[in-house]
Ligand binder design. Structure first.
Ligand code: G3H
Ligand code: 13P
Ligand code: ZN
Length: 307
């Protein structure tokens, strides 16, 4: 079916307490992996392009790949801008055909974050596009961080209430202890679930968990086995997804895990088939590995069979 908007998908997830996965896509293989996973599990899917992905693949090309591929599936596919920085990003993506956007002005002071988000929301809503915004700073909660330092980084429920009211965003990305990339936690994973529950209780709107990759040990071990090196990598444990969803998270962003799955499979095939030089023989297994990890996430997030 044609690309769809997030509104109805969010409403269902918000009512029934499950999350839709956002999977970041940079090229043909990642796009195919994501769509195949969604089709096989009958799950809605959010396919996202970051501003760096757009620079890498080209806005028109990446949009065309996803739009045309989505047309041949029967599940809802949302094309979302990840971490848009300003109104120009939002406008160009909406013009290209994106059905959802994120404006990330979280590094600005609160008033400026509200102003920039409101500007993006007014434009996006006039084009029937949903807007995600971010409040707080993504980063790990270290043991030696004081309560006041922690509160300064993580999303404040009072500020969140004012932010959503004034900015008119449709969904809010919250800072609750996760961070982007493969090195999220030094010791045990620390995620402030109570904060999610409180914010959800106050706002009622869909909440988004960024920096949510699990960094599965079997993938990092495989990368190491075939010559890679990413010591100390650590991510969000599976049971944390279930708890986060119960507390009110409705969208979970995954990029790093796709990169890890892709790299592990690619390293394996390069190592085991030194004679191979057909890109399809190298990238095919990487695509399949990405599809598998996306399917695992969809089951964990509760979006399977919700299409
Ligand atoms: O939030 C960060 C995403 O993983 C996108 O990363 O800017 O390298 O495409 P990227
Ligand atoms: P990860 O780096 O944990 O995959 O997070 C991705 C993300 O938040 C994209 O917006
Ligand atoms: Zn993010």
């Amino acid at each position: 079916m044609p690309l769809t908007t997030l509104e109805k998908v969010y409403a269902d997830a918000n009512e029934k307490y499950y999350a839709i996965g956002q999977f970041n896509v940079n090229n043909l293989e990642l796009a195919q992996a994501a769509l195949q996973a969604a089709a096989e599990l009958n799950s809605p899917i959010i396919m996202a392009a970051s501003t760096n992905a757009i620079k890498y693949a080209g806005l028109e090309t990446l949009t065309a790949i996803i739009r045309i591929a989505a047309e041949s599936t029967s599940v809802p596919v949302i094309l979302h801008l990840d971490h848009g920085t300003d109104l120009d990003d939002i406008k160009s993506c909406i013009t290209a055909g994106f059905t959802s956007v994120m404006i990330d002005a979280s590094h600005h002071p609160l008033d400026e974050n509200i102003r920039l988000t409101r500007e993006a929301a007014d434009y996006a809503h006039a084009h029937n596009v949903t807007v995600e915004a971010e409040l707080g700073r993504l980063g790990g909660i270290e043991d030696d961080v004081s309560v006041s330092e922690k509160d300064a980084l993580l999303t404040d429920p009072d500020e969140a209430e004012r932010f959503v009211e004034e900015s008119k965003c449709d969904a809010l990305a919250v800072a609750v202890g996760t961070s982007h990339g493969a090195y999220k936690f030094k010791g045990d994973a620390k995620i402030d679930f109570e904060r999610i529950r409180t914010i959800k209780g106050r706002l009622g709107i869909p909440l988004v968990l960024h920096g949510a990759s699990g960094v599965p040990q079997e993938l990092t071990a495989k990368i190491t086995q075939y010559g890679g090196s990413i010591p100390g990598a650590k991510g969000v444990p599976d049971d944390a997804y279930r708890t986060a969803v119960k507390c009110g998270i409705n969208k979970i962003n995954i990029d790093t895990d796709l990169r890890l799955a892709f790299t592990a499979a690619l390293r394996q095939v390069l190592s085991e088939h030194p004679e191979a030089f057909d890109p399809r023989k190298l990238l095919g297994p990487a695509r399949d590995a990405v599809k598998d990890i996306i399917k695992q996430k969809m089951k964990l997030f509760g979006s399977a069979d919700r299409a």
